[in-house]
Ligand binder design. Sequence first.
Ligand code: FE2
Length: 145
Amino acid sequence: MSNKPVAESLKIVLADTYSLYLKTQNYHWNVTGPHFKSLHMLFEEQYNDLFTAVDVIAERIRTLGEKAPGTFSAYQKVSSIKEGNEKADAQTMVKELAEDQGKIITTLTETLQAAQNAGDEGTIGIIVDRISVHEKNAWMLKSSL
Ligand SMILES: [Fe+2]
């Protein structure tokens, strides 16, 4: 099967998801302060989910007949997620990650539109699942502020 516009849109989802995976793991490693343990664990849950999602998204791109980008330079060109700063304080880390959930939802919503236009039910299923995960992540992060 082949659908270039959907695959191209998924490449941005892949870039955002990989970038947020790395940023969340960065903050898992480097968070400090009185809420260290709970944030360290929350970030771990989230980066584990992102790690799994990256593979699902990349393989959907392959299913649609396109090559899946797998380099940081390719991701940086299109990602809406700004790189993390390991020296940031805990509150800034949580705030940034909460905002990033919103950014990735925007990318996912655009991809959902492309998949709906193409009648691509397989991609729609993946995207709808990811939107609900990021909405939940946003809630958990905002509740930690
Ligand atoms: Fe760890």
